[in-house]
Design a protein around this ligand. Structure first.
Ligand code: FES
Length: 111
């Protein structure tokens, strides 16, 4: 199992969940009540699965594809630690990954 921490947009709520290896971050978020629409279900056509990865965790993720970078350009409240949750598959190297919902306000540290 891979532990994932979801932080609300305002930082006031944190939940920790265990995900099976190979589970997609978007699916885990939605199954645990996180407000990610994921309208296109991973077809890289919506950017509504945008999350902000904790600054200290960002480098542990595989690099975003060019297509993902293009979709992030369309997302709201993007930071330099933004990623699309539909493009992140959980595995042991991502143990204790922390992501925040983008919401309406954020700082530029990606937290
Ligand atoms: S669910 Fe649409 S781009 Fe991720």
């Amino acid at each position: 199992m891979t532990r994932v921490r979801f932080v609300s947009a305002d930082g006031g709520s944190v939940i920790e969940v265990d995900a099976a290896p190979g589970e997609r971050l978007l699916d885990v978020a939605q199954a645990n009540g996180q407000p990610l629409e994921g309208t296109c279900e991973g077809q890289m056509a919506c950017s509504t699965c945008h999350v902000i990865v904790a600054a200290e965790d960002f480098a542990r993720l595989p690099a975003a594809s060019e297509e993902e970078e293009d979709m992030l350009d369309l997302a709201a409240n993007v930071t330099r630690h933004s990623r699309l949750a539909c493009q992140i598959w959980l595995s042991e190297p991502l143990e204790n990954l922390t992501v925040r919902m983008p919401g309406a306000s954020h700082n530029m540290q990606g937290r």
